[in-house]
Design a protein around this ligand. Structure first.
Ligand SMILES: Cc1cc2nc3c(=O)[nH]c(=O)nc-3n(C[C@H](O)[C@H](O)[C@H](O)COP(=O)(O)OP(=O)(O)OC[C@H]3O[C@@H](n4cnc5c(N)ncnc54)[C@H](O)[C@@H]3O)c2cc1C
Length: 390
């Protein structure tokens, strides 16, 4: 029977040394004061290009990042797969937005799609759409104002880059996930992603959009997209997350005096998240589901929905996913029971993945966040192993 309490399964690919290292890191993260002091220091050091690899690499980087390059992630990918957990390699460099930098990021993402096509342990490719467009133009094209010529041109460049990525995914038969970020870019991104789905999702879901269920309007958007998929005869790829930019969204809405796009409370986000899973499973003949969460209840809920509907755990239309270095108790226990599980494994040079690392560190530091859960599970496993060795 599926349970998330089995720490032996959860940490089966971790050696005693790995566990000790993770234990130490999560203990440090449990002290918000240390993180508060450390974060500005690392930010400053990064801006001044001081060498910080020696402190970041053996700690947070090792826990949350797969490697510096696609090739160097191979060891992590194979190790995860030894426990039937797949990998999604995420080029997490958050850099400049000039044409040259965009082209470099595009080339690397294309390489990651082709790499996934060759490696059976990598079932998806992924990218952040804002890496491929002028952000000001994405914002203007999303907010309903009349765009000028330059903005329209930037929008067209973005559409073409999306088309390049999605057609490469289609040719390599690798589903591709389009991440979601700030809501004020999303209207235009949604319209382009839907266009790509109509084009490439004719016989199965290749292109997946991300629905951030902390947004008040996303359940309705999902229902409309399902209706559109039915009418136009394509498959809807739906990745679900709660959403990672809540404070920033609320603060912007307050500052610019428009209605907060985020749910009033956590319960409302949870309700819509689970409802989105339900609606998708009810429409599984046209929807493919990617359940991106560390929430145990939402993970278990999808399992229940699948059982109710008589869907096989290995059904390729349903995937569970957690971030590398987090919530192994969900990933490995689901995989052990035959469910499709893939870890998001970010990669990139230390300096460039710092913003990603900072977000993980902050997330794992908040009182309501992960640390308590992660630390409790690691301690339990350390205890279990020491009893076993006696
Ligand atoms: C595989 C994977 C891919 C991801 N991809 C993306 C992505 O593309 N875009 C993105 O934005 N995020 C992404 N995330 C992060 C995700 O959105 C969440 O921030 C993170 O996973 C925590 O949510 P949870 O469901 O795991 O767990 P929980 O701990 O149950 O939920 C925490 C989340 O609930 C919401 N929440 C908390 N308090 C409140 C409140 N007071 N009112 C309303 N809502 C509240 C917030 O979204 C918060 O992040 C991804 C996560 C995973 C695991």
């Amino acid at each position: 029977m599926l349970t998330f309490d089995n720490t032996e399964t959860a940490f089966k690919i971790k050696s005693d040394t790995d566990l000790k290292r993770a234990h130490m890191l999560f203990r440090i993260l449990a002290y918000p004061v240390l993180v508060k002091i450390g974060n500005p220091f690392i930010n400053l050091a990064s801006t001044l290009r001081l060498p910080i690899g020696w402190i970041v690499k053996p700690t947070a980087y090792r826990q949350f990042v797969g490697g510096e390059t696609l090739e160097s992630c191979k060891a992590a990918v194979d190790k995860l797969y030894s426990a039937k957990v797949y990998s999604i390699l995420d080029y997490s460099v958050e850099g400049k937005k000039d044409d040259k930098s965009i082209q470099e990021a595009l080339n690397e993402t294309i390489r990651s799609v082709i790499n996934a096509g060759k490696d059976p342990n990598i079932p998806f490719a992924v990218f952040k759409p804002t890496a491929f467009g002028d952000n000001k133009a994405l914002e203007l094209l999303s907010n309903g104002t009349m765009p000028d010529k330059k903005t329209l041109e930037e929008g067209e460049k973005f559409r073409q880059r999306m088309n390049t990525l999605c057609s490469t995914a289609y040719k390599n038969d690798i589903p591709i996930l389009v991440d979601a970020e700030d809501s004020f870019y999303q209207n235009f991104i949604d319209s382009v992603v839907l266009e790509m789905m109509e084009k490439f999702n004719r016989s199965k879901a290749i292109v997946f959009n991300t629905y951030q269920m902390y947004r008040v309007d996303r359940l309705d958007v999902l229902k409309n997209d399902i209706e559109r998929a039915r009418k136009k005869g394509f498959y809807l790829g739906a990745k679900f997350v709660r959403g990672a930019y809540m404070e920033k969204e609320r603060e912007r809405a307050r500052r610019m005096n428009y209605p907060d796009p985020i749910q009033p409370d956590k319960e409302s986000t949870d309700r819509d998240y689970n409802m989105a899973l339900k609606v998708s499973v009810e429409n599984i003949d046209v929807v493919s589901v990617f359940n991106g969460t560390h929430n145990e209840k939402s993970s278990m809920y999808l399992v229940e929905l699948m059982k109710e509907k008589g869907l096989d755990p290995g059904d390729q239309r349903l995937w569970f996913s957690q971030l590398f270095g987090m919530s192994d108790h969900i990933s490995f226990n689901l995989a052990e029971e035959g469910y499709n599980v893939a870890k998001y494994v970010p990669y990139g040079p230390v300096r460039f993945v710092l913003p990603y690392l900072m977000r993980r560190v902050e997330e794992n530091t908040s009182v309501k966040g992960q640390t308590g859960r992660e630390l409790g599970l690691i301690k339990k496993e350390v205890r279990r192993r020491s009893q076993y060795q006696k």
